[in-house]
Write a protein that binds this ligand. Structure first.
Ligand SMILES: [Zn+2]
Length: 236
């Protein structure tokens, strides 16, 4: 099973190093997650989603206050079918961040990751697209109560916290480190289309993160931020 998606703008991570990234937030546990990471001395990158900012916008301040990087995911969680659509969606998401954190929050370039990792072309004005070296189907834990996105024809057992950490660990061992994909929330349009309400989500992101930190530190990995953004237009 391949749990990597290395897009053209994925930054190089030094051997033995790991960069944690979280998509689809901010959400109801994101401020606590941001604080927990800070207490562990880890700076992560959060690829935020406009439709989540609509609901949890004030949480953006916690990402910033605890020393994390904010990247852009999209306005709505739909695949980027063209560079023009990507630019439109990232621009709307950026405006939402700036509404909460001020017009000077972003420096000249901004990391981005397309929804589902779909769309591997650079978007002018943004660094990336940033993919990932390892993931562990954490979304499957979040959606554990879902009956709609898990038809009887797909009877695979649900992911567990330990199983998620195992899959990420194996993926990182394969590359000797790299970028990890996790999620600190879920897209509103996606889970409501699946018949779920926010109360149906099972957000285990903090437990996953703390277990992963211990596992990776025990194995000798070091945590790093994504490197400084490359010049706009062509991700480094
Ligand atoms: Zn996403």
């Amino acid at each position: 099973m391949d749990n990597a998606m290395i897009l053209s703008g994925t930054p190089a991570i030094a051997p033995g190093c790991v960069a944690l990234t979280y998509d689809d937030g901010p959400g109801p546990r994101s401020a606590e997650l941001a604080q927990s990471l800070r207490e562990e001395g880890v700076s992560a990158t959060f690829f935020v989603l406009g439709e989540s900012i609509k609901r949890y916008g004030p949480v953006l301040q916690a990402y910033a206050d605890y020393g994390h990087t904010i990247g852009l995911h999209s306005e709505y969680h739909r695949p980027f079918s063209s560079v023009a659509l990507a630019a439109d969606q990232l621009g709307k998401c950026r405006k939402r961040v700036e509404h909460h954190l001020g017009p000077d929050y972003f420096s000249d370039t901004i990391w981005h990751r397309p929804p589902y990792g779909v769309g591997d072309e650079p978007v002018p004005g943004y660094a990336g697209p940033v993919g990932w070296h390892a993931s562990g189907r954490d979304w499957d834990i979040t959606y554990r109560r879902d009956d709609v996105l898990r038809p009887p024809s797909n009877p695979r057992p649900h992911q567990t916290v330990a199983g998620c950490v195992d899959e990420i660990f194996v993926g990182l061992q394969r590359f000797g480190g790299g970028v990890v994909l996790l999620h600190d929330f879920a897209p509103f349009t996606e889970f409501t289309a699946g018949g779920l309400a926010e109360a149906d989500l099972d957000l285990q992101v903090i437990d996953i993160t703390m277990l992963l930190l211990r596992r990776l530190r025990d194995a000798g990995f070091t945590f790093v931020s994504l490197s400084d953004p490359a010049p706009a237009g062509r991700g480094g």
